[in-house]
Structures are given as C-alpha cells and as structure tokens.
Write a protein that binds this ligand. Sequence first.
Ligand code: NAP
Length: 259
Amino acid sequence: MELGIKGKRALVCASSKGLGRGCAEALAEAGAELILNARGAEALEATAAHIRSTYGVTVTTVAADITTPDGRARVLEAAGSVDILVTNAGGPPPGSWQDWNRDAFIAALDANMLTPVALIQALVPGMMERGWGRVVNITSQSVKSPIPVLGLSNSARAGLTGFVAGTSRQVAGQGVTINNLLPGIHATDRAESLDGGVAKAQNITIEQARENRQATIPAGRYGTAAEFGAACAFLCSVHAGFIVGQNILLDGGAVNATL
Ligand code: NAP
C-alpha cells in the first residue's frame, strides 16, 4: 500500500534501536525524510547510515537526551518544521510500589509523560497551520493492563494517555491526528533487560524467563520492531486521518479483554 508520506519530514525520538528504530525504518521505507535521536552517538550514526543506504532518504541525527530541556531544544532546532512526530524514550526501571519516592516519580513523569507533551506543544501548532500532521506516541500495554513491577510506567503513561485523549480532539479539525501505540512485549534490548531481571529474581535462566513469558502470549512469541514500525507508519499515513485519539495495542493477544 502506498502510504502517501513520501517527502514528509518525520522526527522519531529515541530511535537508534528497538521500537523507535522500527518506526524510523518503516517511515523511511515509505519515503519520509528523517530526524533521528538517541543519547549514544555510535549506534545512532550506525542506524542513520543503514537507513540512508537502504532507503535513500535524508537522515539528520541529534545525539541528545530527549527527556532534558537542553536535549529537546537541540532536537527541535535541528528538526525545524516537522509533519510527523513519533515520541519515545526509555522506560522507567522496575521496582516495588513501596519504594518509589517523589524523585523516582518525577523522573518517570519527565521521561514518559512531560517529554511527549512538550514535543507535542512545540510541533503540533506548525502542523495545524499547514493543515496536516501525525503524532504517534509509543506508550505501553501497561496503560490497559498494569504491570506490577512497572508502576512508574503505569502511572506516567496513564497521564500522557489522558492528555492525548483531550488534546487529539482539539487538533483533529486542522488535519492533525494524535494516537498512542501500546506495545506488549517485543524482542528488543528493553525486553532482554526485563527478562534478565525476572531471571535473577526467580533464579532461572534468561531463556527460561523468555519461554515462561511467551507461554502467556496467545501469539506464542514476542513482537518484532518491524511489525511495530509498520503499524506506526500506517498511523502516520494519509489513510489514517480518521483515527483520532486512539490507544492501539500490539501485544499478540496478551491482554485478555473484549475491548
Ligand atoms: P530499547 O530497545 O532499549 O531502545 C531504546 C532506544 O531509545 C535506544 O535507541 C536508546 O538509545 C533510546 N533512548 C533511551 N532513552 C533515551 C533518552 N532519554 N533520550 C533519547 N534516546 C533515548 O527500548 P524499546 O524496547 O524499543 O522500548 C521503547 C519504549 O517502549 C520504552 O519506553 C519502553 O518502556 C516501551 N515498551 C517497550 C516494550 C518492549 O517489549 N520492548 C513493551 C512495552 C513498552 P540510547 O540508549 O543511546 O539513548
């Protein structure tokens, strides 16, 4: 399917690896020009080089922490006017509800709620003026079904979800859609590190931890960054203009719910 976004400018945050990279590659395949971001320059440059040579699109890179005001300012300056925004950042660490203090909550809110809000506030007005725009926030399955050890994620992402629910309906009339993609478990470094934590806590191997988790997923496997990216690219396409303020779960059926 032709997605109709050739030549559109797309900022994909936290995109040297994992789900962000999957989104960047799918947008590049559809012909979008990219601005990519991550903290580590080496992996970022390697990803950018791969995308340029594979898809023939322009890729600008900004090595910066997207969760800091300075990092965001540098990314926004390099990005200029943007048609497509994919927000993403690392997820909060696992832990126990009794241990999280105010500083832990503020850090999680900064990374997984207030950073996407700030990027939306910076870039959506320009999209509205131009009469077209797409925002996709990478959130989590934890929005629909809380993950006990990821209470910081459960909390911060619920806040972003509320902001998007209200805001998306105020900008849709100017041709701008804002939606959230909710990953269940996908095979990325983040999943590897979460499985490593489970293996340690339960005194089992990481392979056993992965097998145990896969057994809880109706699809019987982890998702891939490429599948996730394809869903993101569709939401950013000309065909998705009537999808507004939705929370779309990509979880292999793991959340057992009718709606
Ligand atoms: P990942 O494989 O660890 O990749 C994270 C990417 O984000 C890397 O490119 C990393 O590069 C970059 N990054 C992290 N923190 C950043 C920051 N502060 N500023 C700029 N770039 C940053 O993670 P993932 O699995 O793709 O997960 C992406 C998001 O989806 C996370 O919020 C995660 O919690 C959420 N999620 C993932 C899953 C899953 O199963 N994978 C499930 C539910 C939710 P640098 O380290 O170099 O900055």
